[in-house]
Every structure is written in structure tokens, then in C-alpha cells.
Design a protein. Sequence first.
Length: 267
Amino acid sequence: MPKWLTEIRGRVPLGAAIALGVVPIVVMAGLWFWLTSGPVEERHVSPTILPSPAEVARSVPDLLKRDLWLNTWASLKRVSLGFLIGIAVAVPIGIFMGSFGSARAVFNPVMTASGYIPIATLVPLTMSWWGTDEKQKILFLAMAFGIYLLPLTVKAIDGVSEVYLRTAYTLGATKWQAIRRVLVPIALPDIWHGMRLAFGVGWTYLVLTEALVIVDGLGALVQMSQRRGPREHIYLVIVVITIVAWVFDLVWERIGQVLFPYKRRPA
């Protein structure tokens, strides 16, 4: 038996990792085929609930006719704008909270309380503040991103060893120099990782607001398909969202490897 099968935190060889990753996909695909195989009347699950893989594949051209690319672009634009606003607010506040105890005392109650707020409740709240137009969607996403990013940024600053600060002070650095040249640069890889995670989670928030206020976007396509059909498009849009989020996650990862090569795990 290979050692990596039972070793704690063992590194799995690339080929084995790919093979193991394929197993659940094959199992889920097989279960899907089994549940939806045969005539409609004899299926284990009704096609109105779960269409067969062939039915989903045949509906791809119809989904493309529903301005899939324009709706994908609308969703991507909203996520990006909300994300930029969120990091512009949350990251500086998180840096100050991690750097100064006084700033932490001021913002910590808000950060703690916001962590218990169900994100879904912010949708009607933002609608009452900003209506149901584009601004509401973007600012809702900005709030959701900020709630997610703030504690991650504080944690990244807290994770910087005290040794680096003492060394900086020994060399004559001021407090602001210590923050700008020590705390932030050392914590930046972890902040970057938090931003990467937040951007992926943002697609969940996006569907939430687009499905409630149907204008355009991938969330609107899901909701319209659920109401009017075809149901196959629900699954296709989920696949599209997954692919888009996965591609951007790879981009975040590659950029992070370029910016922070020293954070790569040894082979």
C-alpha cells in the first residue's frame, strides 16, 4: 500500500490525485444516468425535477439563444464592481484593526455582529435603501464581500510574527513604516488568498440577488428557467457559473504564484 494513502498530511502524486478526483465525478454521473434512464414514465426521478444528461446536452443551443454570453458578462461585471468596492473598504479597515488595538476595539463589535448576519437578509435591506436597479446589486455584493473579507484581512495581519516588528523597530522604523513595509508585505499573500476565496464565494451572492430581482445575468436565467422552463437550463447555468468561477480561481492562483513565488509549497 502506498505510504501517502494513510500518511497524515501526505502529498499525493499528481497522477493519483487526478485519478482519485475523477472517482466522485464518475459516481455522480453514474447515479445521474441511473436515476434518469428509460422512458419518462418509468424513471426514478421525474424529468421536471432532474432531466437526463442527454436532455441537458440537447438544450445547449436553446440556452445560447437566450443571450448567454451577455448575461454572463452582466454577472461578471457586477461581481467585479462589487468586489472592488468591497476590498477598497474592508482591506484598509482590516489592516488598521490588525495593526492598532484601538481600531480593533472600534470595529470589532461591527465585525463580530456582521459575521452572524445571514447574507440573504441583506437583499431586502439593500432594496429598501437603493431600490432594485443595478446600484442595489453592486452594493449588495460589496457589503457581502466586505463582511467576508474583513476578518480574513485581520487574521492575515495578526499572523505576522512579532519578530519582524521588533526587528523593524530596532532598525529605526516608525509605526507607519512598520505597517507599510513589514506588516502589509508579509501579510499580503494571505490577504491575496482571502481575496481569491471571496471572489469565488461572490458568485453565490450574485445568484441570490439576481434571482430575486430578475433583469439579466446568470441568476436571472436560473430563476426564469425555474418558473417558465426549460428546467434543463437550470443545470446548464449552474455548470456555466462553476466554470467561470473555476477559471477565475485559476487566474487568481497563477497571479499569486507570480507575485509571491516564495509561498509555493516545496515539491
